[in-house]
Design a protein around this ligand. Structure first.
Ligand code: AMP
Ligand code: ZN
Length: 483
């Protein structure tokens, strides 16, 4: 499998450190608010990566943190604690906020068929791990105490910027815009490992440490949690592109200084989901959630389908029109699969192997999910029996997780029931979306035929055809679709 490695900025053959068990780490959500569908784009793509690794035969151990402490509103150690901000907003305690939004996050993941990672660890569970790492960094001169906080000294590194597609100044601006400099820092990129001088009187979560009562910086949590569960080497570390700097850059700085060797083999960064007026962000206050999609009548899995139609290394623009198109295409796909007959013959293994090669060629190519979806359509077009097609679709869906067989089976049942209950006249929308106006015309055509007015019946069919609708008679009814 070829993966693009953001650290080398090259496409590389994936070779895990330990071929027996791939270790994968995902930066998890900051649980002070609902996840927006942009965040979930990242988790969907990471989910596909994990499932594809398993599909091609690897065992995988995947770890994800839950940020419930220490993440300030600016990624560069400035501003307010995000959790505290959430607690104030909702007049709840920080732990109540963390529990509520952690549950909400996994409920959203469930709706999007995102598997829960093997290990999910809240940052507040691992304080002793951070203290151990920070102690060693101080002992070895990589960290210093100033103004009550412990800072990482970036001047001690030969190379600090790892993902610098941009020049240093570009990286610093934007993160720091409008924010006063911390006078305790020796170098502008130094970052806090441990805070004891919280600016917030009501900082709820604090722990004793050798440097005083306080709380960990945001970046140290991912180093501590990953080492606790995955040891000293990680094969793939994932996150959204905004995490590359400063979060992942700082994770590398402190982890490699602590371990004394290279830490992560492949860095995978998912590009953002944007709206037409820019980046989607939780801190902007108003944002799109899975619940909102549901309220508007969309199937959350259609959003997953929308994400999989594009490549994770390209930013994706969200518009309602784009989502409508994805929902329509998804409905059509389900309707096509529902039309396959499950008991139509034996599975042809040779055909399956050929179709699978095509599917794998897409995903092996830096997780090109849109080619994976094309491979699904190739299955539907293939010259083989329905049993083979359904087998291939179920097989590919272990990776894509679009609920294809379940939804198609439900659709088949629904159609069967309609046909039985009607006993009379059934209209099937083959594209999956009923339309009252078209149905009215099809009923009028039925009435015309009943009255033996075939000229009128043909005229109605022609009118529908001119409007791009094809009507086909079926026993006791008619089916229609967009041409
Ligand atoms: P957060 O909860 O803010 O820590 O973010 C959770 C994950 O979502 C991180 O991996 C971010 O990099 C990622 N992320 C944030 N905004 C977006 C976006 N608009 N599109 C895709 N991923 C995002
Ligand atoms: Zn992280």
């Amino acid at each position: 499998m070829i993966l693009y490695n953001s650290a080398s900025r090259k496409r590389e053959e994936f070779v895990p450190h330990n071929p027996e068990l791939v270790s994968m780490y995902t930066c998890g959500p900051t649980v002070y608010h609902f996840a927006h569908i942009g965040n979930l784009r990242s988790y969907i793509m990471e989910d596909v990566l994990e499932k594809y690794l398993r599909y091609i035969g690897y065992s995988v151990k995947r770890v994800m943190n839950i940020t419930d402490v220490g993440h300030l509103t600016s990624d560069a150690d400035e501003g307010e604690d995000k959790m505290l901000k959430g607690a104030k907003r909702e007049h709840k305690s920080v732990m109540e906020i963390a529990k509520y939004y952690t549950d909400a996050f996994f409920s959203d993941c469930n709706k999007l068929n995102i598997k829960r990672p093997d290990v999910v660890e809240p940052a507040t569970n691992c304080i002793e791990d951070y203290i151990r790492i920070i102690t060693k960094l101080l002992d070895t001169g990589y960290a210093y105490l100033a103004g009550g906080n412990v800072y990482f000294d970036t001047s001690k590194l030969d190379r600090y910027y790892v993902f610098n597609d941009f020049n240093e100044d570009d990286l610093a601006v934007g993160v720091r815009e409008g924010v006063e400099e911390d006078v305790n820092k020796r170098n502008k990129n130094d970052f806090v490992l441990w805070f004891t001088k919280s600016k917030f009187e009501d900082q709820a979560l604090k722990w004793d440490s050798p440097w005083g009562t306080g709380y960990p910086g945001w970046h140290i949590e991912c180093s501590g949690i990953s080492m606790k569960h995955l040891g000293e080497y990680i094969d793939i570390h994932c996150g959204g592109i905004d995490n590359a700097f400063p979060h992942h850059t700082n994770e590398i700085a402190q982890s490699e200084a602590y371990l004394g060797h290279k830490w992560v083999k492949y860095w995978m960064h998912v590009l953002h989901l944007n709206t037409t007026d820019g980046k989607m962000s939780k801190s902007k206050g108003e944002f799109l959630t899975v619940s909102l999609l549901e309220e508007k009548g969309y199937d959350p899995v259609a959003y997953r389908f929308f994400c999989l139609q594009s490549h994770y290394r390209k930013s994706l623009v969200f518009t309602w029109e784009n989502l409508d198109n994805a929902q329509l295409a998804y409905n059509k796909l389900i309707a096509k699969i529902a039309a396959l007959k499950p008991d139509d013959g034996e599975v042809d293994r040779t055909v399956y192997e050929t179709l699978k090669q095509k599917f794998m060629a897409g995903l092996d190519n830096d997780l090109n999910t849109s080619l994976g979806i094309t491979a699904l359509y190739d299955v539907l077009k293939a010259k083989t029996n329905d049993a083979t097609k359904l087998f291939c679709i179920g097989d590919f869906d272990q990776v894509l997780s679009l609920s294809l067989l379940e939804k198609a089976a439900a659709k088949r049942e629904e159609l069967k029931k309609q046909a039985v209950t009607a006993g009379e006249f059934t209209i099937i929308a083959e594209d999956g979306t009923p339309d009252a106006e078209i149905e009215a015309k099809i009923y009028a055509r039925r009435d015309a035929k009943k009255a033996k007015n075939f000229a009128l019946a043909d005229q109605i069919r022609d009118e529908l055809k001119a409007a791009g609708i094809e009507v086909t008679d079926i026993p006791n009814g008619a089916k229609w679709k967009h041409i």
